[in-house]
Design a protein around this ligand. Structure first.
Ligand SMILES: [Zn+2]
Length: 376
């Protein structure tokens, strides 16, 4: 066990990379998918179940935790890991993204953002300094810079002024973070869909120097083609020996396309959120379990999947408990989805290490193209 944070690149295949992050709380295999534990829980899952799916790291939300139960309370109770019974690494976002989405309820200045809580309307403030303080109180292993992320589409002047502000906030975040051995601080590249602004942002961040770099400002409504357009060059603008994190992505084919383009880490609420609405991701695409065609189907969701939902229950049962609004529905489908996402990550890591990523990717797409199993 190390007392430092470090990233080791083991192999590349095309632009795809595999390696490992060492932290005092354990190793994170990359490329890594991080389930989202918004309110100190991955909804419908016990932490040990999340670990059993193969997750090495979770994401926690600064915005939600600062409002309830508050970072100070979590710190008094021993930090976020102890509070939520998860002893592996945790990455926390800066709160910036959620606060920026509170259109009409926030006031943005050079210093920071004042906003009203979505819970009780109370007034709060976030700045680079306060975000670093909160993430330290939570005990986060990977801390994100406080940034501003404009919704797309936005005009170039808006993207540019927002990016410039985020770079000034990146310096303030770095200064406020200080020297915390074993903990990492990531910068966040902005610049929308503008290649030259992305380059300018990458240079500004590298001048400050971070432990890893996020490609920010994507997955905000621009669509997969535009996102891949940026990912065709953005990872190359960032240092090869540091981590590259794509925030808020995505669907299985987004994840595969991002890894192919050189991304090491991702997070998304999709597997857990979809699990609660009856949507399952499988090797053969998306299955809506509420569909009547599953009502008499004794077969598993995915016969090749080893998760509890697939190895112990039928489509008919999963359909029934979803229709009956039983809690186990969200539990089983969330478990399956998280298991499937981690299976994709493990498959890509192995393929990159073996130099067979292109073959793996072709298989991934051809299975999906077949569509779900034929109705009985
Ligand atoms: Zn399964």
């Amino acid at each position: 066990m190390t007392d430092r944070f470090s990233f080791r690149l083991d192999a590349t295949d095309g632009k795809a990379r595999t390696g490992a992050i060492s932290t005092p709380r354990g190793e994170i295999r990359t490329p890594a998918f991080m389930p989202v534990g918004t309110a100190a829980t991955v909804k419908a899952m016990l932490p040990e179940s999340v670990a059993a799916t193969g997750a090495d790291i979770l994401l926690g939300n600064t915005y939600h935790l600062m409002l309830r139960p508050t970072a100070e309370r979590i710190a008094r109770l021993g930090g976020l890991h102890k509070f939520m019974n998860w002893d592996k690494p945790i990455l926390t976002d800066s709160g910036g993204f959620q606060v920026m989405s509170l259109a009409g309820l926030r006031k943005l200045t050079e210093e920071g953002v004042t906003f009203k809580s979505h819970i009780d309307g109370s007034r709060h403030h976030l700045s680079p300094e306060r975000s670093m303080e909160i993430q330290a109180l939570l005990g986060s292993d990977i801390v994100m810079c406080f940034d501003e992320c404009p919704a797309l589409p936005a005009d170039r002047d808006r993207i540019k002024s927002s990016m410039d502000l985020s770079m000034r906030w990146a310096q303030r975040s770095r200064d406020a973070f200080g020297d915390r051995p074993g903990h990492a601080l990531f910068g966040i590249q902005q610049g929308g869909l503008e290649q030259d602004l992305r380059e300018e942002s990458a240079q500004a961040l590298q001048a400050i120097a971070f432990d890893g770099y996020a490609v920010g400002g994507l997955a905000v409504g621009e669509g997969q083609e535009a996102m891949f357009g940026v990912l065709d060059y953005a990872p190359d603008q960032l240092p090869a020996d540091k981590l590259r994190y794509l925030m808020g992505v995505g669907k299985p084919d987004d994840i595969v396309g991002a890894v192919k383009r050189g991304i090491d880490m991702m997070d998304c609420v999709l597997p857990s959120r979809s699990g609660r609405t009856g949507q399952a991701f499988t090797r053969r695409g998306v299955v809506n379990i509420k569909n009547a065609r599953h009502a008499d189907d004794p077969r598993p969701l995915d016969e090749a999947c080893t998760c509890p939902a697939c190895s112990r229950y039928s489509r008919a049962y999963l359909h029934h408990v979803f229709r009956a609004n039983e809690m186990i529905s969200g539990m089983l489908l969330t478990w399956h989805n998280l298991h499937y996402f981690q299976k994709i990550m493990a498959g890509m890591r192995d393929a990159i290490a073996a130099g067979t990523f292109a073959v793996w990717e072709a298989d991934f797409h051809s299975l999906r193209a077949q569509g779900d199993i034929d109705p009985l």
